[in-house]
Design a protein around this ligand. Structure first.
Ligand SMILES: [Zn+2]
Length: 422
């Protein structure tokens, strides 16, 4: 690609990204609507309009907030079409930090020093050494009041810019390309209601990762435990020997969880228990716990441990009851990528052609690609150039974002070439 192409990409990419992040698409796990918040639909409509202007075919926004579109192959007449590939990003942002009235700050030439965003919110290269790699380059932060929303509006802007580039360069060979934007990824809801039948791509790539050059092809096995502690309420005047307090039952249960197996005490390949919500009162208290590990066997061990902790709490509160329901959320996507080597080989090559070496990282979490892989569409996750997701210190490196666009464009070409060869 020519230098003029790179500056065109930068300009189109930034214009989009800075526009998308201003739309509040914070998802809400307590909302019963689909998608959970209206802002996601607002952003989806903006994307629909842009895709239609690019003359992309079959643009459809369904009532659930899923956006589908399709870029037709330009290999017409050639004997063999490569398999269709798809690009995925999510519309929502995390509710772990404020996402309303995002006011992005572009640091044209980052000086490599501490950035004071606002009172008490600083980006310090001592704490976040990745900042150092972008000294002298363009980075984007929030103003410290909100998250930035690079997760995953960087992914959206990168895919959209790659599509625009392909449309403007009909000489660049590519097969059928699916474009899929999903709502409520941060709540783990997107894949529960995913209209898988509408995916015509054989393989997909989510653009929802972080540091440049990274490929994520392995994630947790995710399970969720819902616990109900059932006590017995009675006036305190006559409570002796009768009252069973569900709050105390839940507290006793939490006390049994091994602290060494918590997110804050682990890293690398070690999994954990993660209590994330507790609500209730004396008669009934409910508790939600995530179970995570890279090995299925290890999550199963933790699930069994929760069962026996529940029985232990019943032994301490003989007149109380503990109900426990454990369900699977997603599987380690590694299982589904093992057998289709081309998916990762082309991705490695696509990254290499942007001038850096690909680096594999494991995801200590889930990704839309995990569920999708399980449903039969192997889908690794690609970097977006964003950092410090879900926080006011979220930032994005523009050179890395440009690399992500180039990676997507290269992928289309590599699959097309591979298809013709094979
Ligand atoms: Zn994300």
């Amino acid at each position: 690609m020519k230098d003029s192409d790179q500056s065109w990409i930068e300009q189109r990419l930034l214009e989009r990204f800075l526009r998308y992040v201003r739309i509040d698409t914070t998802s809400d796990r307590h909302s019963k609507s689909t998608p959970t918040t209206a802002g996601q639909l607002e952003l989806a409509r903006v994307l629909v309009e842009e895709l239609e202007q690019l003359s992309v075919r079959d643009v459809e926004l369904d009532e659930g907030g899923f956006l589908f579109a399709h870029l037709e192959s330009n290999l017409k007449g050639s004997a063999k079409q490569p398999p269709e590939i798809g690009f995925i990003a999510h519309l929502d942002t995390s509710d772990a930090a404020p996402g309303k009235d995002v006011d992005p700050r572009v640091h044209e030439k980052y000086d490599g020093k501490i950035i004071a965003l606002k009172e008490g919110v600083v980006l310090d290269p001592e704490e976040f050494p990745e900042l150092r790699s972008y000294s002298g380059q363009k980075i984007i932060t929030s103003d410290g009041r909100t998250l930035l929303g690079a997760d995953d509006k960087a992914g959206l802007a990168e895919i959209m810019t790659a599509v625009e580039y392909l449309v403007n360069h009909p000489d660049l060979p590519h097969g059928e390309i699916g474009i899929y934007f999903t709502p409520d990824e941060e709540q783990g809801l997107s894949m529960q209601s995913f209209p898988i039948k509408k995916i015509s791509a054989k393989y997909c790539y989510t653009f929802d990762g972080g540091e440049e050059g990274t490929i994520e092809a392995e994630c947790f096995e995710g399970y969720k435990a819902d616990l109900r502690f059932i006590g017995k309420s009675i006036h305190t005047g006559v409570a002796r020997g009768k009252l069973v307090n569900a709050i105390e039952m839940a507290a006793t249960f939490l006390g049994l969880l091994p602290g060494a197996e918590s997110p804050q005490a682990t890293d690398g390949r070690y999994g954990f228990y993660f209590p994330l919500e507790i609500t209730g009162g004396i008669e009934e208290t409910t508790l939600e716990i995530y179970l995570r590990d890279f090995e299925e066997q290890e999550v199963q061990r933790r699930a069994a441990a929760l069962e026996s902790m529940a029985r232990a709490v019943e032994a301490v509160f003989p007149r109380g009851r503990v109900e426990i329901k454990i369900e699977k959320q997603y599987a380690n996507l590694h299982r589904f990528l093992r057998d289709v080597q081309e998916v990762l080989q082309h991705l490695e090559q696509a990254i290499r052609e942007t001038g850096i070496e690909p680096v594999y990282k494991i995801i200590r979490g889930g990704t839309d690609g995990a569920r999708l892989s399980e449903l039969g569409v192997p889908t690794p996750n690609v970097f977006t150039g964003g950092h410090n997701f879900h926080s006011r210190q979220e930032w994005a490196a523009v050179p890395a974002m440009i690399r992500a666009v180039n990676t997507a464009v290269n992928l289309c070409r590599l699959w097309a070439e591979g298809g013709r060869r094979g």
